[in-house]
Design a binder for this molecule. Sequence first.
Ligand code: SF4
Ligand code: SF4
Length: 509
Amino acid sequence: MRLWRFNGGLPSLAEHKNESVNFPIETAPVPPLLVYPLGQHIGNAAKPLVSTGDKVLRGQKIADAQGLISAPIHAGSSGVVTNIADHLIPHPSGFSAPSISIETDGLDEEITYVPHDDFRQLSTSELVDIIREAGIVGLGGAAFPTAIKLNTQNKALHIDTLILNGAECEPYISCDDRLLKERPHLVIEGIEILLHMIRAKRAILAIEDNVPDTFKSIQDAIAKNNNPAITAVQIPTIYPTGGEKQLIQTLTGKEVPSGEIPADIGIVSTNVGTVHAVQRAVIEGKPLTSRIITVTGEGVKKPHNLEVRIGTPIQTLIDVCHGYTKHAERLIMGGPMMGFALLNDEIPIVKATNCILVASKEEAITEKQAMPCIRCGLCASACPVSLLPQQLYWFSKSEQLEKAEALNLFDCIECGCCDVVCPSHIPLVQHFRYAKSALKVQNHDKHLSDVARDRFEAREERIARDKAERAERSRKKKAALKSKPAKEEIDAAVSRAKAKKQKPTENET
Ligand code: SF4
Ligand code: SF4
């Protein structure tokens, strides 16, 4: 199959996968406390369905989706709801946010699931409902509700190609690789469900060429399954080839235009972990209560890939990895390129967590002294989105945010390639993140002020209209009164008429 090359990227990034990839996936124990932030997906935060003191079972829905873009949350084990309040969440800001805490009872009792042996008997909308109810979101890190992505029928989109992202390009992370090695048949069954749903002609499963044994295990599973619509393809190991738009370009040569989504060019793409969750939700009827995570870095004694219940505090996973080493310097959620530092290990695992990197001083990309930009242009050459990082930096730093937005700042995938190549050690991505959030706040404020202005103008219009209507009513009333004979005049006329009637005519006398 012909492959294309996206702009820029880093072909020779140190991988650091071997630390964790050679061990089979282990199941992490049930922690004494599970914590569920209500906003752990793109869109509106979920709305609690439980109260403090409620007993819950594993798989029970404890918070429901609010609005179209949202996702429900399910308990990962049985126990009692002990708190619904702010708790530290995994976020670069270090903020706390509303979360449900469950004290587990050690029984791990489950609800009764409704499995579907033959997904082909289900319609697309029935499958969309199952996936929505299971609370599945993109497990590659985006956490966008999967049901919306797969509900292509309603939008009358013609989807030609389904792309399965098995390109785990970020260094250190190996959870998708282990999944593809150990459970290839489940991933293939998940792909068949997706193909049935979106009616795509073909499915392409992309795997980087640095993991030939994984590619082999997937190829064997495809051969066994014997579905000619599914192909596995080896792609060059170039960071960030696992970025959605970069992968689409690599496989199809098509570029997703700025501001559009892959479905607009006939493509749906999803991460292999998400496909696995879909298979579980449809075939076994189980909602998303756990996921596979890489726990790695020089700061843990035994790096691992673990199947972890969502809501588990990081501390529990560190214990499974035999604890911290003396080199542990910084906790990072995600990889070294796109991850962010965490405040402490009480923070829970959420649906989007694919890696906990316990970095040593050398592993943590520590901030070096930034020097002035020398306009070398290396950042632009490395940018996989063909942006102009140097100009974006200049406009972000000087608070000329509209100019940065006009240069497609929001297309920046925060891959960090520009940071890595910059000889002046300028923390470019930090500036871009700041500028994006400031623009979001600015745009939100502008939206609020537009709404307030529209409401004010509507109110003024309504007052003026009411005033005019009142004036018209009063004018009409006055006119009616003017044209109406006075009561005395009417009475006099009636009396005159009566008198006339009573007076005998001359002929009668
Ligand atoms: S790589 Fe750094 S020094 Fe070179 S142009 Fe970009 S920002 Fe400036
Ligand atoms: S972080 Fe943004 S600007 Fe920098 S290389 Fe990646 S996409 Fe381009």
